[in-house]
Write a protein that binds this ligand. Structure first.
Ligand code: AFP
Length: 375
């Protein structure tokens, strides 16, 4: 049985967390409160979340020191994704593994920085959960001091009596038991969902604990902010081309309103912005030889972010439909990903369905109403 969340204690009492505890709510109190909702819970999931929290604190601490600790720059090695590894990638990967493998909750892990599945060594008790993680997302820009983060996804081991392998992880994202990310920005935050809403915790550095600061995050259904790397525009499919063209056309275009654009090149930072104030993010598959399956990694980037987005009332899609319904076929598989405010994601899916054949007929933006009614 999965131990992740039922209702939290405050929800049950019909009051806010703050009212329930009469003071700030710590992450420790929150996760123990969640565990108490699950009859016969063994505490295994709670222990795992606790270890993930410590891993993120350790990584946040190392990231915060930057060049002062001598771990800035590249290693000169290439990871399984064919990308240059930053020294901090390797440090963060090691911290994630060492902090979570010993506790008895995990059977195996998959990481962006490891070629193969990491099976928990025999010297530690074997648990019932699988962990997929990107230890340091956005790290190709870490040297310029942008916000980076760690992303994680927890699955139940489908065959606890058999040795875990790649197939154990190839489950539809909807089966995630929990997911979340840490963001190392001006503040360090942990944003989590165990399947009952999305909750954000801010690290209070003076007491060394995460405090619930953003309970029950909700993504507004409408937005006028989008995020995409437009340097890839010449490779986009017609549906994406049309969507972005219409946003750029602004008030006098078919959408009849002005849009704002953002691109941090750090998925965690984009997801965090969208969870806090809405928006839509696109890293679509494209026509480059290496872009046909998208760029983002399905298991430890797309799935956990999609889980959080749906839990916050938004929508997450491959462009064709909800990504959480699909099963990946390999552990490092990439995918196209569109997520955020529901109205925009549904519009993009509609364009994929109805307008994705070449040659693309560019919309006549100044002919008011051409697409507005079809919207
Ligand atoms: P790194 O972790 O290698 O920096 O990759 C970050 C990322 O996977 C994701 O966080 C960004 O959304 C995306 O890449 C940015 O990609 P572009 O550099 O192509 O804009």
């Amino acid at each position: 049985m999965i131990e992740s969340s039922g209702r939290n204690p405050a929800e049950e009492a019909g009051e806010s967390q703050h009212e329930a505890f009469g003071r700030d709510v710590t992450l420790t109190e929150f996760i123990i409160g969640e565990q108490r909702k699950v009859p016969h819970a063994t505490g295994g999931f709670t222990a795992l979340v606790n270890d993930i929290r410590l891993a993120c604190k350790r990584i946040g601490n190392a990231v915060g020191k930057g060049p002062l600790d001598g771990i800035a720059g590249k290693t000169g090695t290439i990871n399984v994704q064919g990308e240059q590894q930053a020294r901090m990638d390797v440090v963060a990967n090691d911290l994630f593994i060492r902090t979570t493998e010993w506790g008895g909750s995990l059977a195996a892990m998959v990481s962006e920085e490891l070629d193969d599945v990491y099976v928990v060594p025999d010297r530690y008790p074997r648990g019932r959960y699988l962990l997929a993680f990107d230890p340091l997302d956005g790290s190709s820009n870490i040297d310029v001091n942008v916000s980076v983060g760690s992303i994680f996804s927890v699955l139940a081991d489908p065959e606890p009596d058999a040795p875990p392998g790649p197939a154990s992880f190839l489950q539809a994202g909807r089966r995630q038991v929990g997911a979340g990310y840490a963001i190392y920005g001006p503040t360090t935050m942990l944003v989590l969902s165990f399947g009952r809403g999305v909750h954000g915790f801010t690290l209070d550095r003076e007491i060394g604990e995460f405090i619930l600061t953003h309970p029950d995050l909700r993504i507004p259904t409408a937005t006028s902010e989008f995020a995409i790397n437009s340097s890839n525009a010449r490779f986009w499919e017609p549906a994406v081309e049309r969507y972005v063209d219409e946003c750029l056309a602004g008030h006098s275009g078919p959408r009849g309103k002005d849009f704002n654009m953002r691109w941090v090149a750090s998925l965690v930072a984009e997801a965090h912005r969208i969870l806090l104030r809405g928006g839509v993010f696109l890293y679509p598959r494209d026509e480059r030889a290496h872009g046909r399956n998208g760029k983002l990694r399905w298991l430890y980037e797309a799935n956990p972010i999609a889980f959080l987005v749906e839990q916050a009332g938004g929508r997450a899609s491959t462009g064709d439909g909800p990504i959480l319904d699909l099963e990946p076929t390999s552990i490092h598989q990439r995918t196209g990903l569109v997520f955020g405010s529901t109205e925009e994601v549904e519009r993009i899916e509609r364009y994929h369905r109805d307008h994705n054949v070449r040659p693309f007929e560019a919309p006549l933006f100044n002919a008011r109403g051409l697409f507005r009614d079809a919207g």
